[in-house]
Ligand binder design. Structure first.
Ligand code: ATP
Length: 355
């Protein structure tokens, strides 16, 4: 376990590639000992941000401060960070144990020290007793574990992973997410993982950083972000959301489709008279076939029903607007495609953000 404090601060960090600004003026303090996910769509700059932290790229401007000291001028190999990349980059001609031992050997550790450490790491990733197998004899999940063990061999001060699970099939990927999270919790090492998969981020992270166009849109705990998205982009990216146009008519009050609703969470950037976006999660829309049950309801037409076994999704339209409601099978309303229904929701379940 790393016994050093691992506070990481990014200060006005910017990275340009020619005319492309991959990372744009990022200010971020990443909590020590936490599992952080950098999350965002393809091209938003998350890999570049990770590479800057790793020292594989030099920022155009700004600073990276680790344990109170600037590290922008410290070469990558002297930062003592562990890294796992999408490609894994394992040495195919070496055994599992030799792969894990590699960085220990080049750091001059004795054969006995190295063997002891490799045994601990093999045990940590549930691969005890198979250290002499070749990389080519391993499954995708086993290779993943070797790459993780290899990166952890040096007891890094920060653990960085770029889309580490993307090559795995869905089931194994989900199992590895839980394994990686448990390992991080046991070690207590600050870990930063790049992913474009919001479900993966929600599974693993204590702290999520959501990026778009090189900028941080929002960062915080997954549940806080889910409940109080700061922008329409975040609301849609973290779990799907129904995004409806509305007008701010007062303090925490909006008009949506001509009806007035008092809202639980409204962005501080909004004032009366502003056009805004109301975000309401699919699980918070309720469908009634026997007329409205509360003040806030929208008449909508059922366009599609997706039955996923454990969950039912009902797609609807209201004018030009698409809506989706989700429920458990036992709460499924008796509706068919083409039916007109009342869709209801409470202002308590809504967040209103700028357009
Ligand atoms: P993905 O999920 O697709 O890997 P990402 O969010 O990790 O995307 P980056 O790889 O950081 O995004 O790329 C951010 C932007 O910077 C993109 O527009 C990309 O084309 C550009 N970019 C990244 N690396 C380079 C490079 N070496 N040279 C030129 N442009 C680059």
């Amino acid at each position: 376990m790393s016994d050093q404090s691992s506070g990481l601060e990014l200060q006005k960090l910017t990275m340009n590639f020619g005319t492309v600004r991959a990372v744009d003026d990022v200010d971020l303090a990443l909590p020590e000992g936490q599992f952080v996910c950098l999350l965002g769509p393809s091209g938003c700059g998350k890999t570049t941000l990770l590479r800057l932290i790793a020292g594989l790229q030099t920022p155009t401007s700004g600073d990276i401060v680790f344990n109170g000291r600037s590290i922008v001028d410290v070469p990558s190999h002297k930062r003592d960070f562990g890294m796992v990349f999408q490609s894994l980059a394992l040495f195919p001609h070496l055994t599992i144990a030799e792969n894990i031992a590699y960085s220990l050997r080049i750091r001059g550790q004795s054969a006995a020290q190295t063997k002891a450490r490799v045994d601990v790491l093999l045990d940590m990733v549930h691969m005890s007793g198979v250290g002499d197998r070749r990389i080519t004899q391993l499954s995708g999940g086993q290779r993943q574990r070797v790459a993780i063990a290899r990166a952890l061999a040096i007891s890094p001060r920060l653990f960085l992973l770029d889309e580490p699970l993307s090559a795995l099939d869905a089931k194994l990927r989900e199992a590895m997410q839980v394994e990686l999270r448990q390992l991080q919790r046991d070690l207590g090492i600050t870990t930063i993982v790049v992913t474009h998969d919001q479900r993966e981020a929600m599974t693993m992270a204590d702290h999520v950083v959501i990026m778009k166009d090189g900028k941080v849109q929002q960062n915080g705990s997954p549940l806080d972000i889910y409940r109080k998205p700061a922008t329409a982009f975040v609301a849609d990216f973290i779990g799907s959301s129904n995004l409806l146009p509305c007008l701010v008519t007062g303090n925490s009050v909006v008009s949506v489709f001509g009806q007035t609703v008092t809202i639980a969470n409204m962005s501080d950037d909004l004032k009366t008279g502003d056009d805004a976006v109301l975000s309401v999660r699919p699980e918070n829309l309720h469908i009634h076939t026997d007329g409205s049950h509360s003040a806030m309801n929208i008449a909508a037409t059922v366009t599609f029903i997706r039955d996923l076994g454990s969950q039912v999704e009902i797609m609807l339209t209201h004018g030009n607007h698409q809506l989706v409601a989700t429920m458990t099978p036992k709460d499924r309303p008796g509706v068919s495609i083409g039916d007109t229904v009342a869709v209801e929701f409470s202002g308590d379940a809504c967040t209103v953000v700028p357009v």
